[in-house]
Write a protein that binds this ligand. Sequence first.
Ligand code: ACO
Length: 435
Amino acid sequence: MTLPNSPEHAFLDLGSETLEIPFVPASEGGAGLAINHLRPKTGYVVYDPGFSSVAPCKSSITYLDGENGILRYRGYPIEQIAEHLSFMEVSYLFIHDALPTKEQLDVFTNMVRDNMMLPENMRKFFDAIPKNAPPMAILSSGIEMMTAYRRREKEPIDDPDFIPSAVYRLLAEAPTIAAWSHKTSVDEPLVYPDGRLDYASNILHMLTWTPINNYEVDPVMARALDVLLILHGDHEQNCSTSTVRMVASSRADLHACISSGINSLWGSLHGGANQAVIEMLQTILDNDRDIGRVLSRARDRNDPFRLMGFGHRVYKTYDPRARIIKQAAHDVLATYMPNDPLLELAMELEEAALQDDYFQSHNLYPNVDFYSGLIYRAMGLPAKMFTVMFAIGRLPGWIAQWREANLDPESRIVRPRQVYVGPAKRDIIPIEERG
Ligand code: ACO
């Protein structure tokens, strides 16, 4: 490909022909090259497994500069957001495209809090789930089940001035489904939301309270959870968000899109990594704490083992969220789990990996999942709940992306092509003649 010779176009030299490719300007970061006419005009398709160089949409929600470790929600730096905003403000920012006034925030917060109770009938759904069921499976099916209660077929979801009530209800009901997925999994009585508590406190209350422990929420822990939710809020076109937008492209229901996103998040290379990190740390601890051996396994191309919580498709430097979470882990664990052997091991492992030639040459740094599980563990949550907590944090981002996709006049149903490598045309041999 030759370099652009005008500000508006690049040219793709295909030997027999040259294709003019318009630029799609970006307000910051790399511009796009509009190659949607490549196949109709030339018959070629773009081969890019993992979509490393594909932008299926324009978006104004999150800006991410992986080379320089920059993350912004609607232009606001993540460091300022984590320090100054609450998760409810961030949710408002995602859904309404602007920071709320005090009055707007009050209305929004009250609306969410007042809708946290699930339809009582939903208890039967939880009754049908066996003990020890994976909470992520319960969460995704519970959210999907809410379609039965919240679907409004005729709502004008492509009207920018209209926000479906299902959006607020989903934000309100998801933590209750998440907490009940935990209670169902550990076979404890379901706990109802408490209208006196804020969002994060309510989550801790519903997850932890039993008639025996009469748990009272610690505000320090609630703020720690609020910050974790904020840091998970949105992250551009990652695997689960792309899933949400892809499902949305067929005009599927909001709950169906979010439920699909949750399932996509579950994998250990994505949001499931926070669970995998704690399990990895525990295994290392139980096996002589041999960090050298762990790093050598991670370097070995013939060994499928990877250092969980390290590496990222976009970040080629320290993930800014990991930096904030590492500090929060120190603060929380100093109070609740002083001298936690897993935190000490995590820091040792990080330091050793950052000094290692392989990790340096591959630009592998801790990502958002490396330290977050340590905080969830200090909250008393089992490892299989960590990704559920991630999903609750990601919810407003997914909703904003779902909305943006529905409002985008250029959006089309997602339908990628392939490079076919199967057999050429052949005829069926009758069964009695097959050798
Ligand atoms: N440990 C060891 N080597 C790694 C790791 C790791 N954690 N991550 C990447 N590499 C190596 C790969 O082996 C590859 O090496 P090579 O070029 O010598 O063959 C190179 O770095 C590039 O890796 P890819 O897998 O091509 O990178 P990709 O962008 O496709 O994957 C991913 C990114 C999935 C996050 C990867 O870094 C990984 O598996 N990390 C561990 C799982 C994890 O922590 N996931 C959470 C990510 S954050 C999130 O989704 C919320």
